[in-house]
Write a protein that binds this ligand. Structure first.
Ligand code: BGC
Length: 352
């Protein structure tokens, strides 16, 4: 089943159809369109069932609408849901190419599959923008028209570690439950092999130990960015370690919210909870910060990434120098900054 969706009709369709259904109907750029010089942008998401990614896709759709009004020209935005399957994504990219998309944006399912996609795009002369799931540099360098839009995984880990240091130092009697001066923690990790799982895990701990705090890891495991999986892990760890857990470090907000779900289930009063930190600053995580359940998070600028992808795509399609449209590093990379969020600066993020 095929459905051609123009960006201007996407929002109204959203009102009547669930997003899951809509995205599953968007495999291609619509055969038989009359050629014109307006931008046709094909976007493949590793899964739309990911809080951060689906918010980024909605931001992109909104930005496309705003840009259409600004330039007075149609932009055709096609979004496909690869449903965690790299083979499915390959087929979607083939269809985007067969149907004359001008620029492709790919949120890889498997980061190691990038080279094949670069070769396909190069063969058709269609610029390729990877986002959020970062290929190795060798694959990015494979073709001059390959780009990556994202945020530094290392930076997010460091900022998360600094949040923990700030809390620990300002109220050691609150967080160091054992009073031994050592920070006992559990770590909820994202998908294995994802740059954000690997580097956030490493640099959060490095920032804490660089700050002079000794740490002891009680447990670690992947919860695949997923709230329900994280809740199940934390429930087990709470049974095993009880009040020994002083800090719950989570590679993203959805898993931190899973930890909060598990703690709520125990009925333990909030003042006895461990310190919990996440990354992303999703809307529900900001509510958890407001409620004092989540100490803080690190804002992952999905809207900024969507804007950079659109600006880059427009420049490439218009034959302009992409460095004039975005802040391009090493000719291929666009990096959006992370920012920490706590109750102290929450209002700036809830308003945006
Ligand atoms: C986000 C996660 C998300 C993942 C998907 C990360 O940058 O922090 O929330 O699940 O990207 O690739």
């Amino acid at each position: 089943m095929r459905l051609k969706i123009k960006s201007c009709s996407f929002r109204s369709l959203l009102k009547i159809l669930p997003l899951t259904f809509l995205l599953s109907l968007l495999p291609s750029c619509g055969a038989g369109d009359s050629p014109d010089d307006s931008l046709r942008l094909g976007v493949a998401l590793y899964t739309q069932d990911d809080t951060f990614i689906s918010a980024l896709a909605q931001d992109l759709e909104q930005l496309v609408q705003e840009e259409e009004s600004r330039i007075g020209q149609k932009i055709t935005l096609l979004i496909s849901d690869s449903r965690h399957n790299q083979t499915t994504q390959m087929g979607q990219v083939d269809r985007f190419l067969a149907r004359r998309c001008d620029v492709l944006c790919v949120n890889l399912v498997d980061r190691t599959a990038a080279a094949v996609l670069v070769d396909k795009a190069e063969a058709e002369g269609v610029p390729l923008i990877f986002f959020n799931r970062q290929p190795v540099d060798e694959d990015i360098q494979r073709w001059s028209q390959t780009y990556y839009v994202g945020a530094s995984a290392q930076e997010s880990g460091t900022l998360q570690g600094e949040l923990v240091l700030e809390a620990w130092r300002s109220a050691p009697e609150r967080w160091d439950r054992s009073g031994d001066g050592v920070l006992q923690y559990v770590m909820l990790e994202g998908e294995p092999g994802h740059q954000d799982s690997l580097l956030r895990t490493e640099y959060t701990i490095q920032a804490i130990t660089d700050g002079g705090i000794e740490v002891e890891r009680l447990a670690r495991d992947t919860a695949n960015w997923n709230r329900a999986q994280a809740s199940a892990r934390i429930a087990l760890w709470l049974e095993e370690f009880g009040e020994q857990i002083e800090v719950i470090l989570s590679n993203n907000d959805d898993m931190a919210l899973g930890a909060i779900d598990a703690l709520c289930e125990t009925g333990r009063p909030l003042e006895d909870w461990p310190l919990i930190v996440g990354i992303d600053a999703t809307a529900p995580a900001l509510e958890a910060v407001a409620a004092g359940q989540l100490y803080g998070t690190v804002h992952n600028d999905g809207r900024g990434q969507a804007q950079a992808m659109l600006s880059l795509a427009l420049a490439l399609h218009g034959g302009e120098d992409p460095a004039g449209a975005v802040d391009l590093v090493d000719g291929h990379y666009v990096w959006l900054p992370y920012r920490t969020v706590t109750q102290a600066n929450l209002s700036a993020f809830r308003a945006s």
